[in-house]
Design a protein around this ligand. Structure first.
Ligand SMILES: NC(=O)c1ccc[n+]([C@@H]2O[C@H](COP(=O)([O-])OP(=O)(O)OC[C@H]3O[C@@H](n4cnc5c(N)ncnc54)[C@H](OP(=O)(O)O)[C@@H]3O)[C@@H](O)[C@H]2O)c1
Length: 260
């Protein structure tokens, strides 16, 4: 039988690159998507499996449509990892609306459309899965992080809804929302929060490695877990955030709060 195929968005760095290595080790052939084609090609040359690269900006209509086409045209797709994402700084009304729009396109519209394209193939085949990379930020709100928290909360709600719908249709296709905490990738540097070896004031014990995040995701995926929060510290954070009364959450919030 042919090897399984996984499409990973945001594969040019961080958690996406870690997914590429872990899925290659599990025997998947890969389709790697991001804007930086040079990075994807270098990674493709290092991975020990068949790799296709796809340069696309998923915050644009053309990028999303190109990725949808790739899903429709390929002979098989077993796993879609919707991982591409970014953060912004500043209060919602002070930050340029363009960045907020791009974030909603990437975290919401791209995930919705690629998931639709993938499930339309996977459900009739009766196999496959989707991992949507969310964040522990999905469980709360913080100043300067409004659209990020809101779009990640949408990812969790969307994924939980799909899990119910798939179970209701007796489909074996699995879905997961992966909710990491602070992870050592290029995310915070791109955001402008840290430079070089600094941790931007975020305590070292709170950082997780991208490999550990992906191990937790795939371990949870094998067991059909819908919400995966890597590490006991962040499981605790998410539980507290979910149950904290609104009045306390509002008082406890500080400008420039969590960026995860
Ligand atoms: N790092 C953390 O602390 C943390 C915590 C919780 C959740 N997350 C989530 O984890 C996911 C991966 O982030 P990361 O930490 O691995 O950060 P990263 O190292 O900055 O990787 C982000 C990836 O997304 C891609 N990307 C960004 N905008 C894109 C666009 N418009 N179109 C296509 N690809 C795009 C980037 O590739 P190109 O620039 O080449 O396009 C890159 O491959 C994100 O969804 C993020 O929200 C991260």
């Amino acid at each position: 039988m042919d090897k399984p195929v996984a499409l990973i968005t945001g594969a040019s760095s961080g958690i996406g690159t870690a997914f590429a290595w872990k899925l290659a080790a599990r025997g998947y052939n890969l389709i790697l998507l991001a804007r930086r084609a040079d990075r994807l090609q270098t990674l493709a040359g290092e991975l020990p499996v068949a790799v296709e690269t796809l340069q696309a900006d998923l915050s644009t209509e053309a990028g999303i449509a190109g990725a949808e086409r790739a899903i429709h045209e390929r002979p098989r797709l077993d796993l879609l990892v919707n991982n591409a994402g970014f953060g912004t700084l500043r209060r919602f009304w002070e930050a340029p609306v363009e960045g907020q729009t791009r974030m909603h396109e990437l975290h919401v519209m791209a995930i919705m459309r690629l998931t639709h394209a993938a499930l339309a193939r996977m459900v009739p085949y009766g196999r496959g899965g989707i991992i949507n990379v969310s964040s522990v930020a999905a469980f709360g709100q913080s100043p300067g992080n409004v659209s990020y928290c809101a779009t990640k909360a949408w990812i969790n709600s969307f994924t939980e809804g799909l899990a119910i719908e798939l179970a209701n249709a007796n489909s074996p296709v699995k879905v997961q929302a992966l909710c990491p905490g602070f992870t050592a990738t290029e995310f915070h540097e791109t955001l402008g929060l840290i430079t070089g070896d600094s941790t931007g004031g975020i305590p070292r014990f709170l950082w997780t490695e991208a490999d550990d995040v992906v191990n937790a995701s795939l371990h949870g995926f094998d067991r059909g877990k819908v919400i995966v929060i890597p590490g006991w510290k962040y499981k605790t954070v998410a539980t507290v955030m979910k149950h904290l009364p609104w009045s306390i959450r509002r008082r406890a919030s500080r400008p420039g709060g969590s960026r995860i």
